[in-house]
Design a protein around this ligand. Structure first.
Ligand SMILES: [Zn+2]
Length: 370
């Protein structure tokens, strides 16, 4: 049994405790929380400098793109990024696997205990069987050619068969999935968690509301995307089941009206922000003041669009660009992400959970304590 104390403990299901004590088993189960050090025999206390919080949840990553670190130009916008990404993907499998192992290891050292990870291939499946990190894998499909919808869907189902659990099958983005493929996914994924890239670039809304713009011009080479007269967010959600929990990723250009609309229509939404990737690709950030902070969570996106896979680094960007206090930032980094991905044993220091314990110092350094 260990009794951990620090300047503050952030349990996240209750208010922060100054010089509180966390009792955990050798296996990492939360046994108890004490409000004061005097409640615990002195010789049993481990007193640490900094704050203690649960393990971080990385809600959005693409492990299988880890070998692309530093290869794609920054701040050139989403259409350019996508076209360079598809050209850079063909690399020896051994190199891809080495980069995946390294990325998984770095995430553990960065205090991440669970990840929502996108798979377009089976390249990252091996690590999910053996890693200490818990992964929810999103087998992600895309094709705007409706003639190919059935075959793409069948290939996705084949991939899903061999995919470590928990998992679900999901569309890539509103602009990259035909209506036919959306409907096949909806039929299959009734109740499963959906994760979709949303309003990552300004021209995404223009594409659907007006049938024009930079993204529309880029996509013409692959096929026809029909205008819907609505925002990208509304266009995709109308093609999804309200039974599903839906994680919308990026939301850089999401408007307040979109958020209101999801509430009126009773969708269960988590808003996953990837600030460093947004700065890398589009050099822009969402307006954080419009989101419900209890449904906001964080992803790193992939190393193709980020210099690190660190939730702490993402929190620093959030801190600089919002007025969120530390308790709120930590809820976004731990509790809300665990809820979004359905990991009930993670995210807070509630008794009986196995959330991991991180020691952080002024958001500058991190140590994994348990
Ligand atoms: Zn992504």
């Amino acid at each position: 049994m260990r009794y951990l104390s620090a300047n503050y403990i952030f349990p996240l299901h209750i208010s922060p405790l100054k010089e509180g004590v966390l009792q955990i088993s050798e296996k990492g189960e939360i046994i108890n929380i004490f409000e004061s050090r005097t409640e615990v025999p002195k010789d049993k206390l481990e007193i640490l400098e900094g704050i203690l919080c649960p393990g971080f949840i990385n809600v959005h990553c693409h492990l299988e793109l880890s070998h692309l670190k530093g290869l794609l130009a920054q701040k050139t916008g989403l259409p350019d990024f996508i076209s360079k990404l598809s050209r850079a993907r063909n690399v020896e499998i051994a190199e891809i696997k080495r980069a995946i192992i390294d990325a998984d290891d770095k995430m553990q050292k960065n205090g991440i205990v669970a990840v929502g990870d996108i798979s377009n291939t089976n390249n990252s499946f091996f690590i999910k069987e053996e890693s200490k990190i818990l992964y929810h894998t999103f087998v992600e499909l895309f094709s705007i050619n409706k003639e190919k919808a059935e075959i793409i869907f069948e290939e996705g189902m084949e991939l899903l068969k061999n995919c470590p659990t928990p998992n679900s099958i999901t569309p890539h983005a509103t602009y990259s999935v035909s209506n036919k493929l959306f409907s096949l996914l909806k039929e299959q994924n009734n109740g499963g968690i959906v994760c979709i890239h949303n309003q990552e670039t300004k021209s995404e809304d223009e594409l659907f509301s007006k049938g024009s713009g930079a993204l529309y011009d880029f996509l013409k080479q692959f096929g026809r995307v029909n205008k819907s007269g609505m925002s990208a967010l509304q266009t995709s959600l109308l093609q999804m089941s309200k039974q599903s929990k839906i994680i919308l990723v990026h939301n850089t250009y999401t408007q307040k009206e979109d958020i209101e609309w999801t509430k009126e229509k009773n969708y269960t939404i988590y808003w996953c922000t990837c600030p460093k990737a947004n700065l890398y690709i589009e050099n822009n950030l969402p307006d954080y003041s419009i989101f419900d902070v209890s449904k906001l969570c964080i992803g790193t996106d992939s190393l193709a669009s980020n210099s690190s896979l660190s939730i702490l680094e993402e929190m620093k960007e959030l801190k600089e660009n919002t007025d969120f206090d530390l308790n709120t930032l930590l809820k976004i980094a731990c509790k809300n992400g665990a809820e979004a991905l359905g990991f009930e044993n993670l995210g807070t220091f509630e008794k009986g959970k196995f959330p991991g314990v991180n020691l952080i110092n002024e958001l500058d350094s991190i140590r994994v304590i348990a």
